[in-house]
Ligand binder design. Sequence first.
Ligand code: AG3
Length: 281
Amino acid sequence: EKEGAFIEWYPRGYGVAFKVKRRLFETQTKYQRLEIYETEGFGKLLVLDDTVQLVEVGEESYHEVLVHPVMLAHPNPKKVLVIGGGDGGTLREVLKHETVEKAITVEIDEGVVEASYLYLDVAKDLLERLIKGEEERAKLIIGDGVEYLKNTEEHFDVIIVDSTDPVGPAKLLFSEEFYRSAYEKLNERGIYITQAGSVYLFTNELLDAHRAMKKVFDKVYYFSFPVIGYASPWSFLVGVKGDIDFTKVDLERSKKLDLYYYDPERHETLFQMPRYVRKLL
Ligand code: AG3
């Protein structure tokens, strides 16, 4: 890597770079190489296997968009499952909804939770309470999300997959088989969302995941959003079970959320997609 910079290389030599002051932490966890940098202008940077997971300044451009559109499209989300998301940002946004009675996070890598708790200002207090088992409405399980969903007796209103990319270790989370077990564990009316990679640089992975989801869910939606730190626009896929219209959100409930990036009053702008991608989807 270039001196004084962290660069994430995407396919075909497309790079996303941050100037960094220093590396604060580095470790090989049971599952991946984890690094934390102090950047010049975006706070701390969390990196897993050389890919940017978040920068503190701007992480909401991902977490708000992953969480609130589906939460506001569901009429009354009480039980929520988050797969991945060991940094706590997704769960933090989920718990902003007063309807939520129970939120479970299943993160495979304890190392991500620990490093996020120690080094990041993303969800420090929440992670501390989760680790101690003191968070009333939420629970952290260290385990494999695929196994968890297959075996759990629980059912959910909303399932959120906050994983690494549809290439590499998280690949299983983008398979038809996994979507089937998610569909089964949704309540009669339920909604599923996953991040689905860079629109331009992982187009094929996005198309594959979309195709597999269409075989399983009653309705499938796609959308994109510019995320700070990733090769944007970034794509998201939504699967619906039962009677939910993801093109509509509850604006009354949205007023209680203090949103910076996602604009519920302009929900329809999410569905922007480059023409060639829309034609392929
Ligand atoms: N989840 C990771 C999104 C994938 C980023 N991919 C990339 N940079 N190539 C985000 C973790 C934040 N909760």
